[in-house]
Design a protein around this ligand. Structure first.
Ligand SMILES: NC(=O)c1ccc[n+]([C@@H]2O[C@H](COP(=O)([O-])OP(=O)(O)OC[C@H]3O[C@@H](n4cnc5c(N)ncnc54)[C@H](OP(=O)(O)O)[C@@H]3O)[C@@H](O)[C@H]2O)c1
Length: 255
């Protein structure tokens, strides 16, 4: 019960990594608000997690790329739970491989809005509440934000921006007892990963190749990233701030 009666918002909490985070926090007694666009999947996941308990999960329909919707969802969470202890900015998207010539500036703007501006805006709306609880911000960035990736310039830029924001806010908010950290996943088996594989000629072969990138010969599962987030959201990590925590199963080692 390491998050008992404490409240967390998980953007993109209905599927994938966000869903894994919501599950871990709920299992630890947390009050969890999951935000996503799809009502059916979100409500079903929230019901399932509340039934499993011992925490409670609330679904709020929200497109995080619309700052007004995000602001309303933060306010609604605080009204419902009476507090906010953590915001996990996770909702995001990785477009199929696209060269810079093929990437329109409109595509770049909308990916920036979804992956980065939502992280900035979420932090802005959450901070007044986190000051009261001396809470934490956790940004789900990506290893490719530091490593780069072929034909993913827009995506990598948004992920690098999240890491810069993490470090700057850690400095700005440390005096208020708010810790700000990022998790940099490598390859995680989620619907996004499987959607990406489905764009290729041999999806099963592609997933196999991705599994072999990690020293364990497998991808992470969403719950493993959730447990990393729990560590960053609790006193177990009380001296960590501004950290870009590499959660890549050793994929970037041994070059
Ligand atoms: N999977 C990986 O290997 C990997 C690796 C590194 C980093 N990441 C990062 O981890 C995060 C989650 O990835 P994932 O693989 O778990 O993705 P996923 O399986 O596609 O799940 C994405 C979640 O975000 C929600 N979402 C998407 N757009 C949204 C929007 N505009 N507003 C609100 N919610 C939205 C989705 O629900 P709706 O569609 O219903 O809105 C869903 O709940 C992303 O930021 C991604 O860049 C993933």
């Amino acid at each position: 019960m390491r998050f008992e009666q404490r409240a967390v918002i998980v953007t993109g909490g209905s599927k994938g990594i966000g869903s894994g985070c919501a599950e871990v926090f709920c299992r630890e007694g947390g009050l969890v608000a999951i935000l996503s666009r799809g009502r059916e999947a979100g409500e079903a996941r929230a019901r399932e997690l509340t039934e499993a308990g011992p925490g409670r999960c609330l679904f709020l329909q929200c497109d995080v790329s619309q700052p007004a919707e995000l602001e309303a969802a933060v306010a609604r969470t605080v009204a419902e739970f009476g507090r906010l202890d953590c915001l996990i900015s996770n909702a995001g998207w990785h477009p199929p491989a696209t060269s810079i010539e093929e990437t329109s500036l409109d595509d770049l703007q909308s990916l920036l809005q979804l992956n980065f501006i939502s992280t900035f805006a979420g932090a802005k709306f959450a901070v007044p509440h986190l000051r009261k609880t001396r809470g934490t911000l956790i940004n789900i960035a990506s290893m490719v934000g530091v490593l780069g990736q072929d034909r993913a310039a827009a995506y990598c830029s948004t992920k690098a921006a999240q890491i810069g924001l993490t470090k700057a806010l850690a400095v700005e908010l440390g005096g208020d007892g708010i810790r700000v950290n990022a998790i940099l996943p490598g390859n995680v088996d989620t619907p996004l990963m499987r959607d990406w594989a489905a764009t290729l000629e041999d999806p099963a072969g592609a997933l196999k190749r991705v599994e072999q990138l990690q020293v364990f010969g497998r991808m992470a599962n969403a719950e493993e990233i959730g447990r990393t987030a729990l560590f960053l959201a609790t006193e177990d990590s009380s001296f960590l701030t501004g950290v870009a925590l590499e959660a890549d199963g050793g994929a970037s080692l041994d070059y």
